[in-house]
Design a protein around this ligand. Structure first.
Ligand code: AMP
Length: 284
């Protein structure tokens, strides 16, 4: 497995591999890898990529001033071993200094899908995400890049960026990987005390329940009311001791609020569990 730290060196290697006819897959991550990340590498393997490049970079530009950039968990050695075991062929570990050179001044802004949900609560977050992902696309020129449905809004924004800026690659979306308890896997789960972890179970439980009810109602031709259902999920989250940041029912492609839950609806949740912000979602 190749390890790169210098953007230029990664770029040169990818260019050579591409010239030799290799199909390149990119898996962007912030590291502290778990089974969710591994599933993205597996998805790349399944699509027969010759080279699977995993980037591991806690991108300072996508964190707000009061967010967890400094304390975000990092474990380079474990990440390397996991990438190797999963079948990655290259890992990119840049530093903030070599990704953002002195007086870096160009950013990518998506101005439609980023308006609501996490975009509204984390100003500048998706600007940071789009900028770093655009840079990673330019460094690796992948045939496809794999993202998780866990970050549903992010994946839709990346798809839009690829379309609107004519990046020549496919965006592949991989399903959410959960713990046996239902909790969506996340590097941030490591912040949770056991009591907080218990409370967090209400997120997947209430979303799963809503998904089941909504599907039944669609089948019966009586779709559920989005406002009522969001309120019901909110109540369940509050009852578990979580602080609700949002519960929203939106059209899965435009991310605009919907009135009823149909087969094209995504229900997204963000909560604070103690100091930890957790997100999850389901598609109806
Ligand atoms: P992160 O390291 O949290 O920035 O995530 C890197 C990529 O892994 C993103 O595309 C995420 O959506 C994806 N990812 C994170 N957690 C999961 C999960 N539980 N299941 C599937 N994909 C995930």
């Amino acid at each position: 497995m190749n390890i790169f730290r210098e953007p230029k060196k990664l770029q040169k290697w990818c260019r050579a591999r591409k010239a030799a006819g290799a199909k390149i897959a990119l898996v962007p991550t912030m590291g502290y890898l778990h089974e969710g990340h591994i599933s993205l590498i597996t998805a790349a393997k399944r699509r027969k990529a010759d080279e699977i490049v995993v980037s591991v970079f806690v991108n300072p530009v996508q964190f707000g001033p009061n967010e967890d950039y400094a304390k975000y968990p990092r474990d380079e050695k474990a990440d390397l071993a996991k990438c190797k075991a999963a079948g990655a062929t290259a890992v990119f570990f840049p530093t903030p200094e070599n990704m953002y050179l002195d007086r870096h001044s160009v950013y990518v802004n998506e101005e439609d899908l980023s308006k609501g949900l996490c975009g509204a609560r984390r100003p500048g977050h998706f600007r940071g995400v789009c900028t770093v992902v655009a840079k990673l696309f330019n460094l690796t020129h992948p045939d496809f890049a794999v993202f998780g449905q866990k970050d549903y809004q992010q994946a839709q924004i990346i798809k839009r960026m690829v379309r609107d800026l004519n990046f020549d690659l496919d965006v592949v979306l991989a399903p959410i990987v959960r713990e046996a308890s239902g909790l969506a896997r996340s590097s941030r789960n490591t912040y949770l005390s056991s009591a907080e972890k218990g409370a967090a179970l209400a997120i997947s439980r209430s979303l799963k329940e809503l998904q089941t009810d909504a599907k039944k109602a669609v089948k019966a031709g009586k779709p559920l009311d989005a406002g009522k259902m969001s309120a019901k999920v909110s109540e369940a989250l509050k009852a578990a001791g979580l602080k609700v940041d949002y519960v929203e029912c939106v059209d899965a492609s435009t991310l605009e609020p919907v009135k009823t839950l149909s087969s094209g609806t995504c229900v997204l949740v963000a909560v604070y569990d103690g100091k930890t912000r957790l997100i999850d979602n389901v598609l109806i």
